[in-house]
Write a protein that binds this ligand. Structure first.
Ligand SMILES: Nc1nc2c(ncn2[C@@H]2O[C@H](COP(=O)(O)OP(=O)(O)O)[C@@H](O)[C@H]2O)c(=O)[nH]1
Ligand SMILES: [Mg+2]
Ligand SMILES: [Zn+2]
Length: 358
């Protein structure tokens, strides 16, 4: 623990120290700051180092790609006599923001790990689309970190309160903070939310103001911000996810524009984001009520009474459909793999028989 004192502002604590699997003079803990194709920048106890993947780690990556180090991971760094550094292991993640890998695969990619707060960032101008926010809030919940919503650019609107109230109603149990890097509004509140040892992750489309927030909290221009297009949308550039340390402790991770975010494991997130609907569903007459046409449906009754906005029910349905699609894709992949294996076994058995009769 003593040698890791310099890691305290990055969130190192007793629990991490206990989870650290080795006790050797050439091994030390560190936190991954960024990853560039197999080469990690790690903030280790002894300073910032660059490290490649060690043999054991490569083996476990081959078995399970989600064990690839990502920004925010706590890792074991080994120092070799020739000054080479390798990452030998990734400590079990407390939280992780994941997305499904593109094009039909049901594998997940971990975008950032061990975030304490995951904030969905949306600009007040143009006015945020609640349905899109709800999706990202569900993703934030599914990370197991504390979710928050940051409504940026308050300096551009007369009254942010009404929008903030709509957002708060759509995201129960979530801190909603209105902020501006121009006036400084909300920045103290955000700083307090992170605390001296916490890590904040930012999720949201490009142009929302994420990099500007990082720069405002760091107090220097560390990340490039981009001029916005005339139509108000940000240009798409992919930015490396980088963990930036904050003065006074704590850290912040700016994830790039999350387009096509898949929802694996979002079931839990969905239940939290739509807690009101899940609760109503408990009062439906039928256990397997789909809340579409069934008699005695408490969800439909609430829509009828006007206590549940129909738009909210629609968002919930849309997310459910998306999750069902993802689950089906996972099943299809499993089936394909099973078919391939059983074909291989038949072939092996045939060869074995032939070999015996020869
Ligand atoms: N007026 C105003 N503009 C902002 C604010 N925050 C960011 N912007 C502008 O919005 C644009 C996108 O910001 P940026 O931080 O690059 O967004 P990112 O893509 O989410 O990282 C830039 O032109 C910023 O100057 C704010 O609080 N007020
Ligand atoms: Mg940016
Ligand atoms: Zn129902």
């Amino acid at each position: 623990m003593k040698q890791a004192r310099s890691l305290l502002p990055l969130g190192w604590d007793e629990e991490w120290a206990e989870a650290f699997p080795v006790d050797a003079p050439d091994a030390e803990p560190g936190r991954v700051v960024r990853v560039d194709r197999g080469l990690c920048t790690v903030h280790a106890a002894s300073g910032v180092v660059r490290a490649t993947y060690g043999g054991i780690l490569l083996e476990s990556i081959a078995e399970d790609p989600s064990s690839t180090p990502c920004t925010g991971d706590w890792v074991v760094v080994r120092h070799w006599p020739d000054d080479v550094r390798t990452i030998e292991a990734v400590l079990p993640r407390r939280t992780s923001v994941t997305r499904a890998e593109v094009t039909g695969s049901s594998r997940v990619q971990v975008l950032a790990a061990n975030l304490d707060v995951v904030a969905v960032v949306a600009a007040l101008v143009p006015e945020p689309v609640i349905g899109k926010l709800e999706r990202l809030v569900a993703l934030a919940w599914s990370s197991r970190a504390r979710p928050a919503v940051l409504l940026t650019k308050t300096d551009l609107v007369n009254d942010a309160r009404e929008i903030a109230e709509d957002v708060a109603a759509a995201a129960p149990g979530t801190d909603v903070i209105c902020c501006s890097v121009v006036t400084g509004q909300g920045l103290d509140e955000l700083r307090a939310l992170i605390g001296p040892q916490g890590t904040l992750g930012l999720l949201g489309p490009s142009g929302a103001g994420k990099s500007s927030l990082v720069n405002a909290l760091v107090g220097a221009d560390t990340l490039p911000t981009r001029e916005i297009r005339a139509d108000g949308r940000g240009r798409h550039t992919s930015v490396a996810r980088e963990l930036v340390m904050l003065p006074g402790g704590g850290a912040i991770v700016d994830t790039p524009g999350l387009r096509g975010v898949g929802l694996i494991d979002a079931e839990q997130g969905l239940a939290s984001t739509f807690g009101d609907i899940e609760e109503l569903a408990g009062a439906c007459r039928f256990n397997d009520c789909s809340h579409t046409t069934e008699p005695g449906c408490a969800v439909l009754a609430a829509v009828e009474e006007g206590t549940l906005p129909v738009r909210r029910l629609e968002s919930w349905r849309k997310l459910r459909r998306e999750m069902a699609r993802m689950a089906a894709r996972t099943d299809a992949r499993l089936r394909r793999e099973q078919t391939r294996l059983s074909k291989q076994r038949t072939k092996d058995a045939r060869q074995e028989r032939r070999r015996r009769t020869e």
